[in-house]
Design a protein around this ligand. Structure first.
Ligand code: UDP
Ligand code: MG
Length: 326
């Protein structure tokens, strides 16, 4: 790496009017600190992506952009979710940067880890994953379910970095490769290991949200979890096949047992409750299996429409580059 890299910090924001006035100056201070330390170029920026917020987040971003040229913002035409907002920010940065660091708006991820990320980048890493060294500030429930989920994903063949969310540095080369991934069902933390390149990790302590509310209640967490597994692997379908084979073998064993009882003259009309239990059990398995397969068919349906993943309706800065079809 020759010269100082241009870095954009990409921050998706959805209804963050409470926390943004606190964290925005922190991001800028970190940018300035790294610039003064000679680690990054003065052309570096803090990019906010307003993900169709219902509060006055966009007005705050516009004011920030007027107050300091290092702040810039883009506004999506409606709420598209964290992963799409992040993609919009990364594609906006592409062509203008040497690397980006994506981070949440709420100050939960330690911004000081960016120094180490830039050091890793300058040492040749194209992707640097921020890894949570402790999860003590998360609730017991979030911690345990998250840990179980990582295990499950690994089991289903997803290649992900343990305890890494969406705090990561990505080089321009990786951004260019990422631009060729057009999938609508995005699960970024599973996608970057798939893209490859030389990578490393930087660990940091995860803090409490500085203000405002989490946007990931249980149902949204479950839906992200299901998206993660189904967008990375088709092993759940294979699991159903194995389950089917197992049930069939059980059935064959049952038939043999009934025949033996008949031949030995032990067969009676008893067994109503066991029959009903079996029917209910197998019915349940069949419905779940249909649901899993349906999940994939739904994904195929959404993918084949090729709809844009986001639409940028406003910018606080003038983007002279080509338009990217989200
Ligand atoms: N976010 C977003 N769009 C959404 C939901 C969330 O851009 O539809 C952003 C949010 O503003 C924050 C980040 O995604 O910067 C992570 O959200 P949050 O902190 O609520 O999640 P948690 O840390 O609780 O998992
Ligand atoms: Mg958060």
């Amino acid at each position: 790496m020759t010269g100082k890299p241009i870095l954009w910090i990409v921050i998706p924001c959805y209804n963050e009017s409470e926390v943004l006035p606190i964290t925005a100056p922190m991001f800028l201070a970190q940018l300035t600190r790294m610039r003064d330390a000679g680690k990054i170029s003065d052309k570096s920026r803090v990019l906010f992506v307003n993900d169709g917020s219902r509060d006055n987040t966009w007005e705050i971003i516009e004011k920030l952009a007027v107050s300091d040229p290092h702040y810039i913002g883009i506004c999506l035409s409606r709420n598209r979710g964290h992963q799409n907002a992040l993609t919009a920010g990364m594609m906006e940065a592409r062509g203008h940067v040497d690397c980006i660091i994506s981070i949440d708006a709420d100050g939960q991820d330690d911004i000081r880890a960016m120094d180490a990320m830039i050091d890793e980048y300058r040492n040749g890493s194209e992707v640097v994953y921020g890894v949570r060294s402790s999860r003590t500030t998360d609730t017991w429930f979030k911690r345990t379910t998250a840990q179980m989920y990582y295990r499950l994903l690994e089991h289903f063949g997803g290649d992900i970095v343990y305890n890494h969310a969406d705090y990561r540095l990505v080089s321009s080369a990786v951004l260019d490769s990422f631009a060729n991934f057009h999938e609508v069902n995005l699960f970024l933390r599973g996608l970057f290991p798939l893209i490859g390149y030389k990578s490393s990790t930087v660990s940091y302590a995860r803090e409490e949200r500085l203000a405002g509310q989490s946007h990931y209640p249980l149902m949204k967490m479950i839906s992200l979890a299901v998206d993660g597994i189904t967008s990375l692997s088709v092993r759940p379908i294979r699991f159903i096949t194995n389950l089917g084979v197992f049930c069939s073998l059980l059935g064959v064993a049952g038939i043999i047992w009934v025949l033996v009882r008949k031949v030995t003259g032990h067969l009676s009309v008893l067994g109503w409750s066991s029959t009903v239990c079996l029917i209910l059990f197998l019915g349940g398995i069949q419905l779940i299996s249909l649901g899993v397969i349906g999940e994939y068919i739904g994904k195929i349906y959404m993918e084949c429409k090729h709809r844009p993943r986001f639409i940028i309706s406003e910018r606080t800065w003038v983007c002279q580059e080509r338009e990217y079809k989200g």
